[in-house]
Design a protein around this ligand. Structure first.
Ligand SMILES: [Cu+2]
Length: 175
């Protein structure tokens, strides 16, 4: 009887900690807020696409004391979500490619994702993304926390970057 009560009380304390997501101690004993709990996003939108991939833009702000790093994302409408950067391809054109460093939002600062620059990419979209509709997705931070977001789909021709998949061969899509 008594043992059970202790176990139930302990279980409740643990799940409250998980659900609140803030103020829990990490393995080194320091209090550290989960990255998603200090980050907000605004003006987020996604480029329309019939098939293939679609870029997501917006402004992320971090009110926390530590930098927050987005490493990937999730969406029911995409096979996977990547963090992309845009770099010169050496022949005068720009190419976009997965950024292994992810996307850092500085402590007390913000990070703007705009066409021609850093962005999130919905890969292998599962149905057409029509202008005016919304994409529901979330971004995943380095510490595993997630921030849900809804991006409005806009008709946008793109900045004409080519896509250079990370690591594996050519096969990049041309717009
Ligand atoms: Cu991209």
């Amino acid at each position: 009887m008594f043992d059970n009560r202790i176990r139930i009380a302990l279980g409740a304390a643990l799940s409250v900690c998980t659900m609140l997501g803030t103020g829990c101690s990490d393995s080194s004993g320091h209090r550290r807020e989960l990255m998603a709990s200090t980050v907000t996003v605004e003006n987020q939108w996604a480029s329309s696409a019939e098939t293939g991939m679609a870029a997501v833009f917006g402004t992320f702000s971090n009110t926390g004391d530590h930098e927050a790093r987005i490493v990937s994302g999730e969406s029911a409408l995409a096979g996977r979500v990547e963090v992309h950067e845009v770099v010169p391809d050496g022949s005068g054109a720009m190419t976009m490619r997965p950024n292994a460093d992810g996307l850092v939002i500085p402590a007390g600062g913000s990070r703007e994702l705009i066409p021609g620059g850093d962005h999130l990419m919905l890969m292998d979209i599962k149905e057409p993304l029509q202008p005016g509709a919304d994409v529901t997705m979330s971004v995943v931070f380095e510490d595993g926390s997630t921030l849900p977001m809804t991006a409005q789909i806009r008709d946008f021709a793109g900045a004409n970057e080519q896509y250079t998949p990370g690591g594996t061969g050519s096969g990049g899509g041309h717009h």
